[in-house]
Write a protein that binds this ligand. Structure first.
Ligand SMILES: [Zn+2]
Length: 128
């Protein structure tokens, strides 16, 4: 059996372009209330912008296999929910790719998002 190999193009830094000046934004979170992600509120800050989120654990459909399922809902400053929120799943059954999935648009496109990152950090914190 032969395997076709293609050498990926080597990316070199273009010396004529100006260097990228945009620094990555710092993302932090703070637990505001309760015991998130199981039940509670978290304030997520990205740069200067802060957003309040409500986390809650929900039953996981057995079709997804072993794991945990959560809902993350953005809240207005007055505490009222801003939409339906996002469903997140934590799966530990695949040692090759344990991790968190989120059904938000950002996670679908980039395979990471603030919701998944914060959930992973909260679960790691609750396990220790
Ligand atoms: Zn997300």
């Amino acid at each position: 059996m032969s395997v076709a190999t293609a050498t990926p193009p080597v990316r070199t830094q273009d010396q004529t372009k100006t260097p990228r000046t945009r620094r990555p934004q710092v993302r932090t979170f703070r637990i505001v209330q309760g015991n998130p992600p199981f039940e509670g509120r978290v304030r997520i800050s990205v740069g200067a912008a802060t957003t309040l989120y409500e986390f809650g654990q929900v039953p996981l459909d057995p079709a997804f296999g072993p794991g945990l399922s959560f809902v993350c809902r953005k809240l207005f400053p007055d505490g009222k929910p801003a939409g339906e929120g996002y469903h997140l799943t934590y799966r530990a059954d695949d040692p090759e790719a344990p991790g968190v999935d989120c059904d938000c648009l950002g996670h679908r496109h980039y395979h990471h998002c603030r919701h998944a990152d914060v959930l992973a950090a909260l679960l790691k914190r609750s396990a220790s």
